[in-house]
Write a protein that binds this ligand. Sequence first.
Ligand SMILES: [Fe+2]
Length: 585
Amino acid sequence: MRYYLGLATTFHDPAVALVGPDGSVLFAEGTERVLQYKRAPNCEPDPAGRMIGLLERYVPRGSEIVVASSWGEQFSDFLRGQQASGAFDLMALAAHPTTLNRSFVPERAERIFIADLALAQARAGYGTLLALNQESRGTGAAARAEIVAQARYPHHLAHAAYALWGSPFRDATAVVVDGMGETGAAAIYSLRDGRIAEVRRQRGRGSVGFLYGLVTDLAGFDQVKGEEWKIMGLAPYGRPDPDLMDELRRLYAVENGRLKFADDATVQAVAAEIRARRPADVGEGGWADLARSGQEIFCELMDVLVAEASALAPHDNLVIAGGCGLNSSYNGRVLGRSAFRNLHVPSAPGDDGNAVGAAWLAFAADHPDWTGPEAQARPLTPYLGSGVSTEPMERLAEQEPRARRLGLPGVTREAARVLAAGGLVGWVQGRAEFGPRALGNRSILADPRPAGAKDALNAKVKYREAFRPFAPSILAEAGPDWFEDYADSPYMERTLVWREDVRDRVPAVVHADGTGRLQSVTAERNPAYAGLIAAFAEITGVPILLNTSFNVMGKPILHTAEDAILMFYTTGLDALVVEDWIVVK
Ligand SMILES: [Fe+2]
């Protein structure tokens, strides 16, 4: 039996994935969750303590393991080139006693990853890699589990593999856009009858992701902290400023339908020019006009890439992957701006998703006839992470009579009642979402009807910037009644426009520009969550809940029931549901 361990090995958003002998994704999770360290910068994806439980749970004794990672050989060449040009000292980085080198210097990184995995195997009783090899060689005894191969895959190919094979399509065109790959920051792939082929790879250092990062910094945020999404939230509060847009347009040109980015000197000049234009009264809330202008420019850049993809690999089905796929505002508009008719963006378009992509590529290499998961396993569910134990709720109930096990129908009724009365509910069910969005398994929920719900939620639990919108989860069958040009949005991947006549019914989830980043919920995808929204709709007539991730500002989404109980008692949550347990304040 052969298992495929995928490692997302960028210096941000590391993740692990396990693909089984039949090609199904058994597990996928960002390392930030177990570490409770947002985006886990510079952390190895597979800490030994983590791998023990995963291997014991998913990989039977006697299995073979193929380790697949998300940066190809060319990344080593790129780093050597950077070092040669004096951009940074690779050897100093490699020698640095932090974990930075683990995720940034591939040769070293993989040694350490494998060492961690071997350590985890040893602690789980599998024996170390070395011992296993000696054991099998020396005694002829079969190893209990053995790493039989290591494979590295090009970064953008890993993005594309995860997004294309996880899509509902057998045929599609993928546009991968992020900060950087081995040779450039965008690529186009085609899926034809389940087989992936590279269509074109952008070359050079210019990048849509970095341009958006520059706007993030100039608007008063920090791209190092991954605050690019604040630009999207702030943009509707600003106006497109023609002068700022002209400046930003100096950063790129379109030649023969292709993007060409400006040189470093121009980037520096534009940054200086924009800084000089910054009004004195821009406070901590950020520079809204620049955010708006930057978002408009982002859309222009994406349009060029999407049009190029459409010309080179025309098809009805578009897949967007890479970190720029998190721009739900663009995703919601792209179909109206291109020849594509259907869109899929996976739940983890950023670098965490590459753990699945790399594992799938390794699986495909061993199974040349494989053309993606079975139809019933597509699109790929986002609920691929860790489950929770209800033991902490049982222990809580020994001291807290209001903690009760009511069964799923019971907690659903009770939670719907609390929500309809304006309460805030922490809702923890099943396996965690893979990717940055809470999709009803690690969510804080609220009634979307009161205009003040957003401020109350910020004051009581989330403590985040007032301009950031909260998102709606809606029963899929009700979607067309509430949104213009409704399209199924299973992963909160796109922002759509609310119908004019319903906006004042759910003001807490209507953004300043009349949009909402919706999640379409069906009983098939998430029965417990669909049941809760239906129960809420029965009381209120509104098949929509405000859904935000179950975390506090600056922390990742919680990982255990203990985390949930801690948040319940230290914030203004009114009720906490963990599986079929509930505790109400
Ligand atoms: Fe990436």
